[in-house]
Design a protein around this ligand. Sequence first.
Ligand SMILES: CCCCCCCC(=O)SCCNC(=O)CCNC(=O)[C@H](O)C(C)(C)COP(=O)(O)OP(=O)(O)OC[C@H]1O[C@@H](n2cnc3c(N)ncnc32)[C@H](O)[C@@H]1OP(=O)(O)O
Length: 203
Amino acid sequence: MTIDLHAETRPTGVDAAVAAARRVIDALVRAGDISGADMADVADRLNAVADDLEDTAPPLDERLVDMWRGDGNTRHDPVTGPENPIAPPLRYEAVDTRTIEATTTLGLPHQGPPSSVHGGVSALLLDHTLGVANGWAGTSGMTAELTLRYHRLTPLFEPITVAARQVSVDGRKIRTTGEITANGEPCVTAEGLFIATYPPRPR
Ligand SMILES: CCCCCCCC(=O)SCCNC(=O)CCNC(=O)[C@H](O)C(C)(C)COP(=O)(O)OP(=O)(O)OC[C@H]1O[C@@H](n2cnc3c(N)ncnc32)[C@H](O)[C@@H]1OP(=O)(O)O
């Protein structure tokens, strides 16, 4: 059984608040301490928002069940999740029955080398994309090994494409490859070994 590639992004509710939080994260990293903003006041206002959210949050176990409801896409993951402000977010399209890709543009919160994507962020995007490609191809698993080769700097501020393809399934061993490209040139390539198993969803 293949998975849906898209978690729906909603214009209201937590998705709208998360989109605003992404703007805040980006704006804070952009501003630094050389902006004209009154950062003490900014901190007070952001802490007031966090106080309100913490005071009204459900118990953790209840939220975990809510996060993992159903059997399809999750909405909270750190790569595609419309409920997660640290997700860029990627939005996958099918290339063929075993291959997916998404195009995104990353900014300063994901910087490693100057004006370039952090290597760990590239690893996150590739790990998840390989995992979703497995789901799309019909056999999912957990990452056992992920080998990355960083060929050239991955640029910030311009479109990059993250793609993955399930190559083979041999018993429980799933082999999957992927890459991040910019302007058609490979920046990072990945080879993954996944083992066909997954922990049960909280119910
Ligand atoms: C749709 C959403 C997609 C999201 C994708 C996100 C992907 C992720 O990030 S998953 C999180 C990161 N991964 C983890 O935390 C995994 C942690 N590790 C584990 O849980 C386990 O070690 C796990 C599941 C990988 C393997 O454990 P287990 O199920 O007991 O497998 P086990 O019986 O030991 O091994 C099965 C086979 O795989 C092989 N194998 C297992 N691990 C490895 C490894 N790291 N390297 C090479 N071979 C391995 C074994 O040798 C064995 O081979 P054979 O059948 O030939 O003897």
